[in-house]
Design a protein around this ligand. Sequence first.
Ligand code: 13P
Length: 252
Amino acid sequence: MPNASLVIANWKMNGNRELTKTMSMALREKLSQLQKVKIVVCPPFTLISELASQCYYDDIAIGAQNVSEHTSGAYTGETSTTQLQEFGVSYVLVGHSERRQLFAETDDKVNEKALATVNAGMTAVICVGENKAQRDEGNTWKVVAEQAKAALANLPKEKAGKVVLAYEPVWAIGTGETASPEQAQDVHAKLRTLLVEQFGAIGEKMPLLYGGSVKADNAAELFAQKDIDGGLIGGASLKESDFVAICQAAQG
Ligand code: 13P
């Protein structure tokens, strides 16, 4: 029986003011049935303010898709933790594969962003995942472990409550090709062990999300896995009915 606790929408560079309205209305109408699930919506920066003003419910949080590792200064085009917090942002996606691939974010940069996020008191959703060639070569765990260890470096135990790990196999993102529940659980179980090794008992409770072509019709079987505590949803988070159905699947 699925019983996931956290579902995060990553709108990427999609959406407009109209979507903030329709999505917040849809979530408001269904919210009473979703008490066990925390929902986070990460719109583009320009829509954060509008979405925050519409989503004033305890169970819905606003996330950003990126943040600067710097606190302020001459960093044209960047946005700081403090600036995000001023608009009610409490979650930040860090190290999404698109940031790694298209914007040259290194493991070190991901680590700096994760530290900046948790030190500001926000939750860092750290994304890790192998590409198709790495999987085919049998290097899935090697790649994922390296990314996770680097991203979590120097994160003190007392900040563990502000860290979420999201396993997003690159080959499953936006392709319609989902990892099977067994493939995802296999990596999640290993990530669980890694978290416990670094953070101790609290590692058992740190949310592990799966992302990569999660849809209304495959969410329940993914969320039913022991170490899958929720999802990071791209394309299906842009349609209210699909996203609501995924949140309902998480509720079980
Ligand atoms: P899709 O759900 O569109 O595959 O995207 C997943 C993702 O990248 C979420 O961060």
